[in-house]
Design a protein around this ligand. Sequence first.
Ligand code: TLP
Length: 337
Amino acid sequence: MYIDLRSDTVTTPTSSMRAAMAAAEVGDDVYREDRLVQQLESRAAQLLGKEAGLLLPSGTMGNLAAVMACCQRGDEIIMEDQMHMFWYEVAGIAALAGVQIRTVPGRKGAITAQQVTEAVRAEDIHFPQTKMLCLENTHNRAGGTCMSKEQMDQLCTAARQAGLWVHVDGARIFNAAVALGCKPADLVAEADSVMFCLSKGLAAPVGSLLVGPRAFIEQSRKCRKMLGGGMRQAGVLAAAGLISLSEMLPRLPEDHKTAQTLAQGLANLGAQVDMETVQTNMVRYKVPVPAADFASQLSQRGILAGVTGPDSIRMVTHYQVSRNHIETVLSAVSDIL
Ligand code: TLP
């Protein structure tokens, strides 16, 4: 068995999830007859203080459905230039929604209200219309960093003044809330819609939720269908998702502690870690050897890490990574470096 630190997406369902999945009573969710899906959607909405929720197969589809529900083809949306929606969603926003992304440079994943105001297009025959501001919390490429409630609120105020919709890619929003010591609903109180993933640190096998106002969610439901994401007996997935929220969410602080121990240890061994960015369950760092060689030497020792650049590595902690595993990882890194 490998110690797999490539991502928290690698987590496998817990035994209580498997039992709940086996026992799940299901219906056809396109006919809106799956009670477990409905239960999960309303629980998700309630946790984030929004009216309604929608279960989707992936975070990528959740973000895309949100953009499609809000924008017309030819519209423009604003986001920080390292966001997942810009880097890793196969340009679906351009190719499928027909929407242009306007990027703004950030600092550790955050942009300022002034940058938002300046990026909004004026009324001009030549310009697209700005429709949306997208934010990412926690921020993946910045190393799992959090934007505080104050930062989020300021950005939402600037967006609202310009008549923009605010969508949060909150794939790991509960990690952010834990790290900030803030209620998840408070953190996103001023945002219009939020996507979060069950299939990352929350360990469900499949699934993401989009939450927001009821009319928006109904529009997103149509977009999900158009994208081929209408699911039938999805209650087997919702059963696992409900356990993600009840059993896995409260243990996220453990992953943050393991990530701290890992990051400190790596820094002591000469890896270049910006400790300021180690706020949740991710550790991004640079190594003084080619990252691909480093990762392959780790894998020979039974450890998997993500190669994120010529000299950059990402490690993500999750419920299948224990304190003992971290010791094993640090001793392997010590051997290699
Ligand atoms: N992130 C994955 C990879 O795609 C990079 C990972 O291993 O971290 N938003 C954010 C912030 C994400 O980190 C991810 C997945 C998504 C959206 C997309 O979710 P899925 O994989 O469910 O489409």
